[in-house]
Ligand binder design. Structure first.
Ligand SMILES: Cc1cc2nc3c(=O)[nH]c(=O)nc-3n(C[C@H](O)[C@H](O)[C@H](O)COP(=O)(O)O)c2cc1C
Length: 197
């Protein structure tokens, strides 16, 4: 068995993420985030994983975006990581919860100033009539916060996906890939199943 059997999928995920970094995978924290709105329309886009521990998987975004609207209607979401250089995929499913303000503030404060200004300037997922409008909004924000710290916009924060299922996929010869699925039981323990590839 290539995928070790352990009762701790989060530790396993962090170990795989560490190996992806060591192997030089470009942007290993890049992850596809799938949401489904109230009309059951799925939607998927890439985001960056910013934190992961026993409490879940954290990403940040604009709270007026399409993904945020989907998540307000339906908090169920899924993530899919792919680390091609390692022949690995990890899929996560669960419900999201908003991160608390202090956590979002701390992360926002750690971002480069240009990204902070960009967060204010972008009305993410709304129609933009002309790109100049975005640049003008960026410049206005730059002037507004000249010589002072950029606060976190009230419409920008994070979500923590609390995993109910985590599946590890390892590429193997002859397409005899390994799949190990962890399902969170009612008592909070993880139950492990192996799946055919
Ligand atoms: C590599 C990559 C990383 C991205 N990371 C984020 C991110 O962390 N947060 C975010 O809001 N958008 C991120 N985006 C942009 C999203 O894919 C998407 O265009 C945007 O969030 C709007 O999506 P929505 O209209 O479905 O809400 C990223 C895009 C790429 C290609």
């Amino acid at each position: 068995m290539v995928i070790p059997v352990s009762g701790e999928p989060i530790a396993m995920f962090l170990a795989w993420m560490g190996e992806a970094r060591e192997t030089g995978v470009s942007l290993p924290e890049c992850v596809a985030l799938a949401t489904v709105n109230a009309e059951t329309q799925p939607s998927v886009r890439m985001v960056l994983l910013k934190d992961c521990d026993a409490n879940g998987f954290v990403f940040y975004t604009n709270l007026n975006s399409r993904k945020a609207a989907d998540l307000a209607e339906n908090p169920r979401a899924a993530l899919c990581f792919h680390w091609r250089e390692l022949g690995r995929q990890v899929r996560v499913e669960g419900r999201v919860e908003p991160v608390d303000d202090a956590e979002a503030d701390a992360y926002f404060a750690s971002r480069p100033r240009e990204s902070q200004l960009g967060a204010w300037a972008s009305d993410q997922s709304a129609e933009l009539t002309h790109r100049d409008e975005l640049l003008r909004r960026f410049q206005e924000t730059e002037q507004r916060y000249a010589n002072r710290d950029v606060p976190r916009p009230p419409f920008w924060s994070g979500y923590r996906l609390k995993p109910a299922r985590i599946e590890f996929w390892q590429e193997m010869p002859h397409r005899l890939h390994e799949r190990v699925l962890y399902i969170r039981a009612e008592n909070g323990n993880w139950v492990l199943r192996r799946l055919y590839p």
